[in-house]
Design a protein around this ligand. Structure first.
Ligand code: IMP
Length: 195
């Protein structure tokens, strides 16, 4: 079975292939689509609709994710990639986050990943995965991307960027959302099973 995925991010494609080995994963990036929704689920739906229109009768998937910091009212949220402005500048994003948390005691944060699925029968499904943790005082580690050097997941004393891909992929928002997406696909493909 083919699953069209709205990304060209090689890291994401690899992770999806690992979790959904029964599918032939094909990238189809919806270039130029504006992510204008106020939440991750809405943006994932915008992206999956953009590719589902070209692959009628097939499974399509899109994801949208970001970091939510409790003391900042959920920011950077859907603006995670461009928190410090456009074009995306990861170092500037991380520096701005630390600046905005200067003197703030509550460092609680979570990553959220929403995955939107368009099924061959035309139905749409949205699932989410979250990973909770805290923002450290300074960046550390060299693995991963984005806010990984600042995010220390609950139960660990190292950042995602220090922990590396094996630990991250076992507990990340994206792997949790992908596990939920897998359940949804199985339930829709085989009605009668529990989701
Ligand atoms: P995307 O929707 O997955 O492309 O993520 C949007 C932005 O959220 C990224 O550019 C990162 O700034 C941030 N982000 C999402 N997932 C992660 C992650 O696993 N680690 C670090 N940053 C992330």
């Amino acid at each position: 079975m083919t699953l069209y995925v709205a990304t060209h991010n090689a890291h994401k494609l690899e992770e999806i292939r690992g979790i959904l080995p029964g599918f032939s994963i094909v990238a189809d990036d919806p270039d130029g689509v504006e992510e204008t929704a106020p939440d991750f689920a809405g943006n994932a739906l915008i992206k999956v609709r953009a590719i589902a229109s070209r692959h009628k009768g097939a499974w399509c998937m899109a994801d949208d994710s970001g970091l939510e910091v409790a003391a900042l009212g959920g920011a950077p949220g859907v603006r995670s990639a461009r928190y410090a402005g456009e074009p995306t500048d990861t170092k500037a994003n991380n520096a701005l986050l630390l600046k905005n948390l200067e003197g703030v005691e509550n460092r609680k944060a979570n990553f959220t990943c929403a995955i939107a699925l368009a099924a061959p029968d035309g139905t749409e499904h949205v699932v989410e995965g979250k990973c909770f943790g805290a923002i450290s005082a300074s960046p550390s580690g060299s693995h991963g991307f984005g806010y990984d050097p600042l995010f220390v997941p609950d139960g660990y004393d190292k950042s995602f960027a220090e922990l590396g891909p094996d630990v991250k992929n076992a507990i990340s928002h994206r792997s949790r959302a992908l596990a939920e997406a897998k359940k949804t696909i199985e339930a829709v493909a085989r009605p009668g099973r529990d989701a």
